[in-house]
Design a protein around this ligand. Sequence first.
Ligand SMILES: [Zn+2]
Ligand SMILES: [Zn+2]
Length: 364
Amino acid sequence: MKAAVLYEARQPLVVEDVELDDPKSQEVMVKIGAAGICRSDRHFMHGDAPIALPVVLGHEGAGTVEKVGPGVTSVKPGDQVILSFVPACGRCKSCVSGRSNLCDNHAATGANMYDGTCRLHKGGQEIHHMGKVACFAEHAVVPEAGVVPTGTTIPMDIAAMIGCCVPTGVGAAIYSAKIQPGSTVAVVGCGGVGLNVIMGAKLLNASQIIAVDISESQLEFAMKFGATHSVNASDRDPVAQVKDLTGGRGADYTFEVFGSADTVKAAYDMAAKSGTVTVVGIAPFGAEAAINAVDIVRNEKTMRGTYYGSARSSTDMPTMVDLYLSGKLNLDELVVRHYSLDQINEAYGDMDKGEVGRGAIMYS
Ligand SMILES: [Zn+2]
Ligand SMILES: [Zn+2]
């Protein structure tokens, strides 16, 4: 089958034929329908985050179950499934305490399957699976715990986004920050995940949703998803602009959705007294943000990180499907560019240029 392989950081992905083994016990083979172009993959391509190489990237995906390995009971061939890049083992301390997005056994095995081996090969060489998903390929073998049935049929690109940017963004608003109705919100970074934070804030009836970005076209696009105000951070200090829009207080809830030390600090500084700062974006490995150690006490600010929107994939992804089907999440307008797998380097080039909305690789 065809896959896009990363052999070396700062080099283009190589689209070529690779071998994929059959699913082993408690594993599933999925024919990929769509894969999202997410910035998290870009960090590995740029060498900003470490990963075992060579690797097939792609962690935002959906498809159709093609084959199941021994012992698989939750899905059957033909089912439409969303892929989770944190398959929950169900047995570790994080999983049993309801924090399956932090599964310890998944963290320990990383870009390999749970038994520590790979199903992807090229000649004699093993190829790793990003997030046990590796959906920049025509097929993927993933753990049974890494597939979530949609229970219906929805467009593949929408299902793929429910594998990453939707639960990460909407989840940050509803499961992590738990925005109160009537409160004010600022979202720093309006890419795919940021737009989903905005949709989550709208869903929870925030009174004011301030989109912050450096691109005028991204800010304009954010208005379609529920932003009520926009702040162009390249015009003037974004912290001062957010304070101006909130009567000098700052926002009750701020979200950092870009992934840098500077934007973490900006999100902290633009939060109101007793405000909550939620860090969603993943900064380059080793980045540290300086926070005012007096302000956090005297103004009783809360700061927390959220991974995968603090969502539990097996129960919360179906909730996202229901929210989409009931018209509460405007996902139809989110994916604006479609590519073939052969065009994947071009797709990332478009993301780097700051094109609005989400791109997706579509498989036939
Ligand atoms: Zn992602
Ligand atoms: Zn676990």
